[in-house]
Design a protein around this ligand. Structure first.
Ligand code: ATP
Ligand code: MG
Length: 695
């Protein structure tokens, strides 16, 4: 099946060292302009946008950036002073770090010794500043027409009631609380209530199975689990309480017993009479929480006290309990939010991520609320009742900042422009993307169709581990290149290193690392500091290793090429999956693509591409050839897929990322080694793919 593709071409290039940057350069020669133009494709911010932007020129950014790396302590102290601290930090010890594993234990501390409370800064302060009547949260339910809202004063009352309840049942500073809730207002309320009393929340995305939930409960041993009985997502009803029951039975078998299961009655999905109940353990939220006082003293915590634990999505194996602390995370998420979206107090901000992911922590709850923003929380599915729902919501609330993921952009692109054009979207000002590299063609569609070529796109590269944005275009400050996350945020010092860990300068590609810590960095993996060091600091001594590949072009723009475990090595050429996928997705009939490497007798690895076509496009041999040709033309013959596998759908994590681990097994026909597929958003796609393997 995997016929040798254009070997002579590959050989003619074999003198060339590996790396996507190099490949790009070569292509510029081979193709004259195709890929070179991608690098040269500058989308300039409008003068009007720049004039009123917080950072209105590259020069302004560069001055601030320089200050942030020359004097990180001074730079971040100045910003931190805008927050409320019960006690200030020692100005001589703003940051203490050791990132170099050869010099002892890895550790990172910011503002240690200072005390504060993130809930107080995110809620109370706005009320005491006279903004209590401003809407903190708009809530849009699964069904159009189902909605609600909370002002900052109301949010404060609700948070205090839950916090008072938690204290009453014995939750103390440092105790873990598991939150397994859908996107109801009660989810950010629960996070803030924990933060208020110094409890450590661990939100588990309410799409995870009982087994995944149990694994997390066993790991962090919470006193209490907060959930709801059921939720509607699109046309489906999901019985969350049943899942929790199973998970609690499972964790009890592992000697972890949870005292209380606080259950919110979500009447629009299920009545309480229908909910299975365990007396003594289960408590209805509505029966207890509203009876508690709307005042609750704040627990002042050290800047380095833990704020939350969040298990990563597990695209790459056993979930890791990423631990974030309070002070640095607070300062970092608030600052990144403000600049990444050019935040203005009049904005209505909507991030489609669920609070079960880091994006929902940093950029649904903490970052925006710390800025006193009005945040939209959406319970439903973005394609329900139809593919126009997002734009319907944008018009309904006059959303100005819309932040989403490439997977959603591609899936809406697949449905055609009409769903978008039907709505005005004129309130939109800034767009954002996160989660995966955004393919240049998806970027253009997002920019031209959704944003009417008016709104800058903040393509934010960051990770659960980084707490906040790391590389991103600051809107209005400099020209964008579709598909590039552009430049580092203040205080972030990226380094591209080679296999030996040597930093490479200038135009190059390699492994993306970060030198020096930043306030939002994670401090450890819960209960496993050794794994923290081994995974992130051992591969390249002296650096934090991100696990991602990256290239830097001649203008210094950063291009994320995907995880390094996903890099394919064809005849000695390292090819990032993102590059090949982007070329495929640029084909007018291709909706989505996922590329993996498979063993190849001659080339070492061959390129195997799974391709989802746009709605209604039939499979054909001609199309297969035309897809391969597109990659040859855009990247070069060496990157031409050896196999195109038709894919009605792709296996994705519940956060919408393509799970290439499973695709690699399908590609190499190791069908009995697929591993755990239960964590997939839709396990059914695996069978579909297997059925189409030889078509
Ligand atoms: P796990 O670490 O458990 O395997 P994960 O890496 O998918 O899961 P996240 O922390 O949510 O969990 O995702 C971070 C990763 O997502 C980054 O390392 C990168 O690979 C990818 N990513 C996120 N945003 C972008 C972006 N804007 N451009 C390119 N890649 C991105
Ligand atoms: Mg990761």
């Amino acid at each position: 099946e995997l016929g040798p593709s254009d070997l002579c071409h590959v050989e003619s290039m074999s003198h060339n060292p590996s790396g996507a940057g190099k490949i790009n350069k070569l292509n510029a020669v081979i193709l004259g302009d195709s890929l070179a133009s991608e690098e040269d494709d500058l989308i300039l911010p409008s003068a009007q946008f720049s004039q009123s932007a917080l950072i209105s020129s590259q020069q302004q950014y560069e001055n601030m950036y320089k200050k942030s790396v020359d004097d990180p302590a001074g730079f971040w102290s100045e910003i931190a002073s805008e927050f409320y601290w019960k006690e200030k930090w020692n100005p001589n010890e703003v940051c203490k770090e050791n990132l170099d594993i050869t010099k002892g234990q890895v550790s990172i501390e910011w503002f240690k010794g200072a005390s504060t409370n993130i809930c107080y800064n995110a809620v109370d302060l706005h009320v005491s500043a006279g903004n209590g009547d401003k809407v903190a949260i708009y809530w849009e339910g699964n069904e159009p027409g189902q909605d609600g809202q909370l002002t900052y004063s109301q949010l404060l009352d609700s948070v205090c009631q839950l916090a008072s309840y938690l204290k009453e049942v014995g939750v103390r500073k440092g105790d873990a609380v598991i939150i397994y809730l859908p996107m109801l207002m009660e989810l950010p309320i629960a996070m803030l209530a924990c933060a208020r009393i110094g409890a450590v929340h661990s939100v588990v995305f309410a799409g995870f199975s009982a087994e995944s939930l149990a694994q997390r409960i066993i790991d962090c041993k919470p006193k209490i689990v907060i959930t709801c009985n059921a939720v509607r997502r699109g046309p489906k009803v999901i019985f969350l309480k049943d899942i929790v029951d199973t998970a609690l039975t499972e964790s009890a078998k592992n000697n972890v017993s949870v005292d209380i299961c606080l259950t919110y009655e979500n009447t629009s999905a299920m009545k309480r009479e229908e909910t299975k109940w365990q007396d003594g353990r289960d408590v209805w939220w509505q029966d207890v929480v509203p009876n508690f006082p709307t005042k609750c003293d704040v627990e002042w915590v050290d800047a380095e006290d833990p704020l939350f634990l969040l298990y990563t999505s597990g695209s790459t194996g056993k979930p890791k309990g990423v631990l974030h602390t309070t002070g640095g995370y607070m300062v970092y998420t608030a600052t990144t939010f403000k600049y990444a979206f050019d935040y203005k107090p009049s904005d209505i901000y909507w991030c489609t991520a669920d609070c079960g992911w880091i994006t929902g922590h940093s950029y649904v709850t903490y970052g925006p609320l710390l800025n006193g923003a009005s945040v939209l929380v959406f319970e439903g599915a973005p394609n329900y009742p139809d593919a126009g729902r997002c734009w319907d919501i944008v018009d309904k609330y006059k959303v100005t900042i819309f932040y989403t993921a490439p997977t959603l952009v591609r899936s809406l692109m697949r449905e055609g422009d009409e769903f978008v054009k039907h709505y005005s979207r004129k309130s939109l000002r800034v767009l954002g993307s996160v989660g995966e590299p955004i393919n240049p063609s998806a970027w253009r569609w997002f920019f031209n169709v959704v944003g009417d070529s008016r709104c800058p796109i903040s393509d934010t590269w960051w990770q659960t581990e980084t707490g906040g944005f790391m590389i991103l275009p600051i809107p209005g400050a400099w020209p964008q290149k579709p598909g590039s996350a552009t430049f580092p945020f203040f205080g972030v010092q990226p380094a591209i290193v080679d296999e030996k860990g040597k930093e490479i300068e200038g135009e190059c590609s390699g492994y993306l690392c970060i030198k020096k810590s930043w306030p939002g960095a994670f401090r450890t993996l819960f209960g496993d500091h050794e794994r923290y060091e081994t995974t992130y600091f051992k591969p390249f001594a002296g650096y934090y290793f991100t696990g991602d590949g990256c290239s830097r072009d001649k203008d210094g723009y950063y291009w994320l090429t995907g995880r390094v475990d996903d890099v394919i090595n064809v005849s000695g050429h390292r090819i990032g999956t993102a590059e090949v996928e982007s070329a495929l997705v640029s084909h007018p009939q291709c909706a989505e693509a996922a590329v993996v490497g498979v063993e190849h007798e001659v080339k070492g690895q061959g390129i195997y591409a799974f391709v989802t076509l746009k709605e209604g496009v039939p499979y054909s041999e001609g199309l297969r050839k035309s897809l391969i040709l597109t990659v040859r033309n855009q990247i070069g013959a060496f990157a031409a897929p050896d196999k195109i596998h038709w894919a009605p759908g792709l296996p994705k994590t519940r956060s919408g990322k393509i799970m290439r681990r499973i695709l690699r097994k399908i590609a190499s026909r190791q069908l009995n080694e697929l591993g755990d597929t239960s964590t997939l958003a839709d396990p059914g796609v695996v069978d579909q793919l297997i059925a189409l393997a030889d078509c």
